[in-house]
Design a protein around this ligand. Structure first.
Ligand code: TXA
Ligand code: MG
Length: 330
């Protein structure tokens, strides 16, 4: 199913709903090595059977991702997760508190873990999460195997929060799109490596640092840890075509202005991430609003967003979107 399936000239992937026969079809395609875009609470993922090396390789081809960064493997139960990785007591507490939900745990792979090396980039660890979307949990259960799934967008571009976004970016390169509605959280999962002593935050995301720290104590940053890296995290990523300017207090000529909360005096915002200054609402609007402004503007100014709570993940995505080097994305 895959060898010829990423030719841009083929028919666009069908968009189906979340009825039982569509979920059956999605599972059949995945078991045959195909690629299916699936909804999650964070962003849409482009999924493949994580145990099938050719299927996992075709994710990289479809995204145009130049290097093989490790992918998050999505499972439907803690039991399935424990068959793939070793859980310390802290890891289990994190899983029990936040799963299903937007937390990815990077844990030591079990020796008998059937996930293909390409999905973990040959690392001795594996990134796991149980997504909080009933349709995708049903698909994983039908497949009976973990699904490797990065965000369903061409490499470096904005992550998709609707089925229509997926169709416009990857529609011609994948087999099916399951439309489960707009993603609720709107930014990717928070990635934590619980570690032996102190936990490390590898990527800020849809669960705020402070909520994780209630269980882990103060989180270390990857730079401060010995050799635990989140490959692909330092690169340009989540980028619109337009030039992004952060911490803007006014719009320069030709710039779209993306506000957060009350706009600066005299500025008429093009769009507002959250008029009432709510960070969760801003996160869920972020990618869709950048996408909309990208259609009409070459420059987008974004009002200051506080770095607290979900603001950490929002500012992280905006900062990556401002980098200019075209290196590998995630
Ligand atoms: O919300 C999300 O997490 C979305 C949805 C689709 O679930 N998925 C997502 O996946 O963002 P992806 O593949 O784009 O994120 C992969 C990132 C890698 O760049 C790396 O930072 C980290 O997850 N990662 C995965 N496995 C890892 C490992 N074994 N060691 C270190 N980092 C890992
Ligand atoms: Mg991504």
């Amino acid at each position: 199913m895959n060898s010829d399936s990423h030719n841009a000239s083929r028919a666009p992937a069908r968009i189906v709903g979340t009825d039982a026969s569509s979920l059956d079809e999605a599972a059949r395609i995945l078991l045959a090595g195909g690629l299916v875009a699936v909804p999650t609470e964070t962003v849409y993922g482009v999924a493949a059977d994580a145990t099938n090396g050719a299927a996992v390789a075709s994710i990289f081809t479809a995204k145009g991702r130049p290097s093989f960064n490790p992918l998050i493997c999505h499972v439907a139960s803690l039991a399935m997760a424990e068959s793939l990785a070793h859980f310390s007591p802290l890891a289990r507490r994190l899983a029990e508190r936040f799963w299903p939900g937007p937390l990815t745990l990077v844990l030591p792979r079990r020796a008998d873990c059937p996930v293909h090396d390409l999905a973990t980039a040959g690392l001795p660890s594996i990134g796991l999460r149980i997504p909080q979307h009933i349709a995708t949990l049903e698909i994983i259960s039908r497949v009976g195997r973990p699904l490797a799934a990065p965000s369903a967008n061409p490499s470096e571009q904005l992550s998709p929060t609707t089925a229509a976004h997926v169709a416009s970016g990857l529609g011609a390169r994948i087999d099916l799109i399951v439309d489960g509605g707009a993603a609720i959280a709107g930014v990717e999962s928070t990635i934590i490596a619980p570690g032996e002593t102190r936990a490390v935050m590898l990527r800020p995301g849809a669960i705020a640092r402070a909520d994780v720290e209630l269980l882990t104590g103060p989180l270390r940053s990857p730079e401060a840890s010995e050799g635990i890296l989140a490959p692909g995290m330092m690169k340009r990523h989540y980028a619109p075509r337009a030039r992004l300017r952060m911490d803007a207090s006014q719009a320069e000529s030709g710039e779209a202005f993306l506000a957060f909360g009350a706009p600066p005096p005299g500025v008429l915002p093009s769009l507002n991430l959250s008029i009432r200054g709510d960070l969760a609402e801003a996160a869920s609007n972020l990618f869709a609003m950048l996408r909309a402004l990208d259609e009409s503007h070459a420059m987008i100014a974004v009002q200051t967003i506080p770095d607290a709570g979900l603001g950490e993940a929002i500012n992280d995505r905006l900062r990556r979107g401002t980098l200019l080097s075209r290196e590998s994305g995630v």
